[in-house]
Write a protein that binds this ligand. Sequence first.
Ligand SMILES: NC(=O)c1ccc[n+]([C@@H]2O[C@H](COP(=O)([O-])OP(=O)(O)OC[C@H]3O[C@@H](n4cnc5c(N)ncnc54)[C@H](OP(=O)(O)O)[C@@H]3O)[C@@H](O)[C@H]2O)c1
Length: 429
Amino acid sequence: MSKKTWRIGVAGLGTVGGGLMKFLAVQPDFAPAGGRAVVTGVCARSRSRHRETDISALNWFDDPVALATSADTDIFVELIGGSDGPAKAAVEAALALGKPVVTANKALIAEHGAALALLAEAKGAPLLFEAAVMGGTPAVKMLREAMVGDEVVSVAGILNGTCNYILSEMEASGRSFAEVLAEAQRLGYAEADPTMDIGGFDAAHKIVILSALAFGCAPDYAGAEIEGLDQIELLDIKLAGDLGYRIKLVASAERSDAGVSVRVHPALAPLDHPLAQTSGALNALFIEGRRIGRIFIQGPGAGAGPTAAAVAADIADVMTGATRPVFQRPAVGLPRLTAVDPAHRQGRAYLRLQVRDEAGVIAAVSETLAEERVSIDSFLQKPAHDAEGVPIVLTTHAAPEAMLLNAVRRIAALPSVLQPPRMIRIARV
Ligand SMILES: NC(=O)c1ccc[n+]([C@@H]2O[C@H](COP(=O)([O-])OP(=O)(O)OC[C@H]3O[C@@H](n4cnc5c(N)ncnc54)[C@H](OP(=O)(O)O)[C@@H]3O)[C@@H](O)[C@H]2O)c1
């Protein structure tokens, strides 16, 4: 029996699209059980731009919606990006016709996933996005498929390679955030506009998707708490190291009886912890299930080859008919989980204070913490390094976050405290 040929329409021929084109040009039979995947139509912004794969014999579309709805497209692959605009219009158009869609677009899925899942399931069309989170490292299928027999209570990890690269380089080279960011932009590791990465928004898109898959709920990007890297100074990286920690941008989603807590923020991880040891552009993720216990995966979160491999894995799922509900449970009636009131969370923190070098300062800080019932775990005072006072650093035991924040506010108002305190959470990992 001859193998079925699936006609693939690829919208977006940049890093990921280019990688996929290269791969399918040489290996259309990569999933023999499903047939052959042959690209027949493509779309990008510029028709004249040089592409690494010869596209001269393929159907060119200026408009991604036209490619998505073309009678010659069996599977529509969206690799343009952006939560709205042409990517969303094309994905909706394909799904409305019942066509399978594969995308790497985390912004689209995190912000519009619930509505797209309803459309996909109403039309009986698969909507797959393995490449949207952790690039080539299979986190989406793990949560959507392999963990279905368990109850996931938390996922936490490093989901943005650009931020992780910057933190690793700052520590290794002793250079400032601004210097390392500028170099990352020169080398193409960071976008010209780095806001999505540095501001924590890219990691937030990804953790929102993972939380929906982990807890079988609607993705809720608006409910995510997002804090980026922009406040991190080299001094904090050094002082955290002296205390036995490394600073990482940690994305986490936890479920409890009180609801769900989805957030991205810098956090200290103990130096021997796998998250602390995830360096450079790598991504890493812990998944905790009630029955399975803890799982740890680590791998490339971006790049043409790894990301295209994840897109290809989704294409294989379509071709073999191995698809599931978009977010693990049927889209109709997908629960929206209540966000936990941050004030009710418990956590530990690192506090760096710049104080006058005079008697009684440490006593005043300790008293304020004690009054808010926050107890000190460790304390570090560095020798004075300039006329602006001395840095003191302490870590706390677990305390309600509301009390920690109150204590920080009150410490900031002490006359001997020269700058607003820097608080960085200690990862609950
Ligand atoms: N890069 C990664 O490693 C990575 C990893 C995981 C997920 N992703 C996701 O994958 C998607 C693509 O990322 P990328 O890095 O490959 O982006 P990219 O290199 O910037 O490529 C974007 C492509 O989309 C095309 N495009 C832009 N606007 C268009 C429009 N209005 N109509 C038609 N085509 C348009 C561009 O055309 P021209 O080439 O003509 O400019 C380009 O080919 C994004 O959702 C991203 O978040 C990327």
